[in-house]
Design a protein around this ligand. Sequence first.
Ligand code: HEC
Length: 163
Amino acid sequence: MKNSKKIRPNVKSGLNLILIIIIFGFAFSFSSCSSGSGNGEAKTEPSAEKATPSDKGIGPISKVDLVAIDENLASSGKAVFESKCTACHKIDTKVVGPALAGVTKRRKPEWIMNMILNPSEMTQKDPVAKGLLGTYIAQMANQNLTQDDARAVLEFFRSNDSK
Ligand code: HEC
């Protein structure tokens, strides 16, 4: 009897210790988790913050959230590119329009999609696109892509630029 009374408090404090460990464990994993996702956001946010309106171009796209490259989306973008864009563009050499290798390094994702979706307003009002029109003389055609198709083409460019 005396022994069992002595053991109980020990068991209780043992349980308390385990609880404390679990709680700390949770707190720690949550804090490391949130700092982890914070880092993930930090990767995409600076470029979005740095972008001035003219960096993003003029058109329907005001914000593109980039995550890791989706190769499936990229390959459907490649198909769109090959059917709608190769009359005037190649990846590695200039044709009627500029070579598109490295385009995701020199332009913001929003700018690229606005150029695809709204090329005539872009070449009239966006200073960078205006400059390109001055160099290439020909006006880029609006190929009437949906926003989803334009997003897929952007993914194709991202994938291509990552290789
Ligand atoms: C009729 C020819 C033509 C077609 C078709 C065309 N483009 Fe263009 N593109 C141009 C020209 C020319 C420019 C340079 C700006 C200008 O002069 O209008 C350009 C510029 C661009 C730019 C900017 C390049 C840079 O260096 O900043 C991107 C991106 C682009 N085109 C993507 C596309 C995509 C994607 C398609 C297919 C959906 C496409 N273009 C279809 C002619 C074309």
